[in-house]
Design a protein around this ligand. Structure first.
Ligand code: GCO
Length: 497
């Protein structure tokens, strides 16, 4: 098996690009209405030029995560999370940054939901910070934390934006980390209790629930290579075991949400499978991609969908393989209503009969197209192949793209525009491939662009900007970028134009 390095490992290996300048930015609208853009456009209007229409009712959305946008780390009785601790550990975050303020969204959520409405979003993916609800992870409940999210969700609903809730986007209560974090199976049990409690209180208004975001990232980057909270390097055996407890915690939470919800809910999770793409679309490479999709995601999506660890995964780990019971595997693979896919970098795979598994991963050359920073490789085909493989391999009824987007250099003009043509190009091409996947039968019900706002990008701090809305972190002023106008046009037409 090829070693699975996360995107962020590449980030560290390759370094990153320059920080964007900060300025105050008036609206782009007048620029977009310029005569030059209106002239002679009829022949090229989508209806004439062959627009790529999406299914009726497609959930066009954007995504954020609590620690990346909220700030307010101690507001209204919130407990400390592992990210509060990690970000304040010297040397962990670029520029010594933290999420103490981030986008100040805890206080500015109405402004941010107004932005969603303005773009025309049908849906918003956000996360709940566990230590706002249970400051110590378990036991004492913090009513004020729950009230906050109730207000946020009510405001979304009033603005016609459907809330999609993630229960764990990495901000584990520090009190649970002290007891071993995900290495302690009690964390998985506490997670299920928290998930069931929140579902009980908020499922009257939230119908789509995701247990966890990117289990691969928080286990590998957090415990494997000390790049994320809690900043450990536990070695292969412990990593395999805690990853098992994490996927088990996911399964327990799926059951808890269903058991405690008030009314109908759809339950899934947001995964970041290795985005396997065949190097060439010929039968042998496509077959290799099918195998690679299962093996490269063996301890995450594959075990969740199939209820078994692949033989190759267990053999590869040998005596470092996790201990597990048949009952745990059954819980892990509790059937889901939908699968969320976070899709960024393509991983090119070719057939290779010299390998036991019949495939090999093709490393990208140094001049491979990328965004800023360089670890964001460009490969729109990933948004064709990932949902296509997820559908064909696991026969899932409903898929969502729960994240896709790019950090890119934002070109700020002296008159206040943000021309992120790179990000706009990226989105147009990825969305075209998503359209192709739907045409080919992948049951993709919605797409959540990462991200609504520039925000705290984990170890990169504020250096990598993923937003379609520019945030001046000095003043908290929000300004739509070109990509936001592009996305607005896509949503209005329900088509890539
Ligand atoms: C992740 C998270 C997001 C990131 C985004 C860009 O994938 O790591 O879900 O929190 O910010 O993916 O790296």
């Amino acid at each position: 098996m090829t070693e699975n390095l996360s995107r962020r490992t590449f980030a560290r290996l390759l370094g990153a690009g320059a920080a964007a300048a900060s300025t105050s930015l008036p609206s782009l609208a007048s620029g977009l209405r310029s005569a030059a853009m209106q002239r002679d456009s009829d022949a090229l209007m989508p209806a004439n030029a062959g627009e790529l229409k999406f299914p009726k009712g497609f959930a066009w959305g954007a995504a954020t995560a609590s620690y990346q946008v909220e700030g307010a780390p101690k507001a209204d009785g919130k407990g400390i999370s592992i990210w509060d601790v990690f970000a304040h550990t010297p040397g962990k975050i670029h520029g010594g940054a933290s999420g103490d303020v981030a986008d100040d969204d805890y206080y500015r959520y109405k402004e941010d939901i107004a932005i969603m409405k303005d773009i025309g979003l049908k849906a918003a993916r956000f996360s709940i910070a566990w230590p706002r609800i249970f400051p110590n992870g378990t036991g004492q409940i913090n009513q004020a934390g729950l009230d906050h999210y109730r207000k946020v969700v009510d405001d979304m609903l009033e603005q016609g934006v459907e809330p999609y809730c993630t229960l764990y986007h990495w901000d584990l209560p520090q009190s649970l980390q002290v007891k071993g974090g995900w290495e302690n199976p009690d964390t998985a049990r506490s997670f299920a209790d928290y998930a069931g409690y929140v579902a009980n209180k908020l499922s009257d208004r939230i119908h789509h629930w995701m247990t966890m975001n990117e289990i691969r990232s928080f286990t590998q980057a957090g415990y494997g290579f000390n790049l994320h909270a809690p900043g450990l390097h536990v070695g292969r055996k412990r990593l395999a075991q805690l990853t098992h407890y994490a996927v088990w915690g996911h399964g327990l939470a799926v059951q808890a949400i269903r058991a405690h919800a008030n009314g109908p809910v759809k339950v899934g999770f947001a995964d970041n499978p290795t985005a396997v793409c065949p190097v060439i679309s010929t039968p042998e490479h496509i077959a290799a991609a099918h195998t690679a999709f299962q093996e490269e995601n063996a301890q995450f999506l594959n075990v969740i969908m199939t209820g078994r660890y692949t033989q190759h995964y267990l053999a590869h780990l040998g005596s470092d393989a996790p201990e597990f019971t048949a009952d745990e595997l059954k819980t892990i693979s509790t059937p889901l209503d939908f699968v969320g896919l976070n899709v960024y970098n393509p991983v090119w795979v070719r057939a290779d009969s010299s390998k036991e598994q019949g495939y090999n991963i093709v490393a990208n050359p140094s001049d491979y197209p990328h965004m800023d920073p360089p670890w964001i490789a460009v490969g729109p085909e990933a948004l064709f192949w990932v949902p296509t493989l997820a559908h064909r391999v696991y026969h899932v009824d409903a898929l969502y793209i729960t994240e896709n987007g790019a950090a890119a250099e934002d070109y700020l003009t002296s008159d206040g525009h943000v021309w992120d043509t790179g990000r706009t190009m990226y989105l147009r091409n990825y969305l075209s491939q998503l359209h192709r996947a739907i045409q080919a039968g992948a049951p993709v019900k919605g797409y959540f662009l990462w991200s609504l706002l520039d925000n705290f990008e984990w170890a990169d701090g504020y250096k990598s900007r993923f937003g379609i809305t520019y945030v001046d972190f000095e003043t908290q002023k929000r300004t739509p970028k070109l990509s936001s106008y592009f996305y607005k046009a896509v949503i209005a037409a329900n088509a890539v134009t």
